[in-house]
Design a protein around this ligand. Structure first.
Ligand SMILES: *[C@@H]1O[C@H](CO)[C@@H](O)[C@H](O)[C@H]1NC(C)=O
Ligand SMILES: *[C@@H]1O[C@H](CO)[C@@H](O)[C@H](O)[C@H]1NC(C)=O
Ligand SMILES: *[C@@H]1O[C@H](CO)[C@@H](O)[C@H](O)[C@H]1NC(C)=O
Ligand SMILES: *[C@@H]1O[C@H](CO)[C@@H](O)[C@H](O)[C@H]1NC(C)=O
Ligand SMILES: *[C@@H]1O[C@H](CO)[C@@H](O)[C@H](O)[C@H]1NC(C)=O
Length: 251
């Protein structure tokens, strides 16, 4: 099992049907128009990740979703359904992982993808807002994560699924040796099995209407709590990087 394929959490209640997600649900098609589906070519295989549109020409995702070749699909609900005319498939021109991303500890797990062409904004494709400086997540806040990732340890989903996740205290994630509260968020109440589900790495943690986190890592067993990259700690990097690469555009 590749850890990055094992996205957010899932748990079966003792009396639940096998294979059924607890707490996750299929979203209304195109109700999360910022969601990006990433096909990531790695040496020898293809992985999937989530991401989200932050500007017409940039998608934000996790640095561990880096691959030799990434294709972005916007405006999708069922990624296997070729009849969805809302879908925009765009190649990545340049992937820019955070320069201090640490493969081992997963610190600074954030990456910008510059698209080969601008996305066309439609009812099914739009930009998700980033927080202003100083916006903080607080334990107890309910947020949500969507993805096409695993809905159990084995199977991925064709359609976009979503789950509510509760922000936890940093103490709870100190069980992860590398957890760093200044750049990471601890999510998913381990006692509330109905609030867990599997989403994609790189997808946004959405609180209110703002992207506050990026799905990063957790235990291989898929159980909460999970660790997300804290977007508010990377706002200047995001801004500066988008400005720098825009200036390099020939036109
Ligand atoms: C995964 O999907 C396959 C094929 O659709 C199915 O046969 C299998 O039962 C699923 N596994 C689980 C654990 O749901
Ligand atoms: C990247 O992947 C896409 C879709 O799988 C393919 O069409 C394209 O040729 C690939 N590009 C490179 C440089 O491998
Ligand atoms: C997604 O689309 C494919 C191809 O049209 C179809 O076979 C599959 O059943 C759809 N999945 C869901 C969950 O609707
Ligand atoms: C595929 O997408 C089209 C257009 O949105 C829709 O009408 C159709 O029901 C979908 N098919 C499946 C199997 O989900
Ligand atoms: C946590 O992250 C901050 C910001 O990048 C860094 O300055 C600090 O050294 C990190 N702490 C540990 C224990 O790695």
């Amino acid at each position: 099992m590749q850890p990055f394929l094992l996205l957010m959490a899932f748990l079966l209640a003792p009396q639940a049907e096998a294979g059924k997600i607890i707490g996750g649900h299929e979203v209304e098609p195109h109700s999360r128009p910022y969601m990006a589906y990433l096909r990531v070519k790695k040496p020898g295989y293809t992985a999937r990740c989530g991401g989200f549109l932050v500007r017409e020409d940039f998608v934000l995702t996790a640095a561990h979703c880096q691959g030799c070749n990434i294709t972005v699909t916007l405006g999708a609900h069922n990624i296997s359904n070729k009849s969805e005319s809302t879908q925009q498939v765009i190649k990545v021109k340049k992937s820019i992982p955070h320069p201090k991303y640490d493969r081992k500890t997963k610190a600074n797990d954030i990456m910008l993808l510059q698209l080969e062409r601008e996305a066309k904004l439609t009812n099914a494709v739009s930009v998700l807002r980033l927080p202003k400086k100083g916006v903080m997540v607080k334990p107890g806040m309910m947020c949500r994560v969507a993805g096409w990732g695993c809905y159990n340890l084995i199977n991925t989903s064709d359609v976009l699924l979503e789950v509510q996740l509760e922000i936890q205290t940093d103490d709870l994630c100190n069980s992860y040796r590398s957890y760093n509260k200044s750049i990471e968020i601890c999510v998913g109440n381990p006692n509330k099995i109905q609030s867990t589900f599997s989403g994609d790495s790189g997808g946004p943690l959405v609180c209110g209407n703002l992207a506050l986190g990026i799905v990063s890592f957790g235990n291989d067993n898929g159980k909460p709590p999970r660790v997300e990259t804290k977007i508010s700690s990377f706002l200047s990097w995001i801004k500066e990087t988008m400005r720098r690469f825009q200036l390099q555009r020939p036109d």
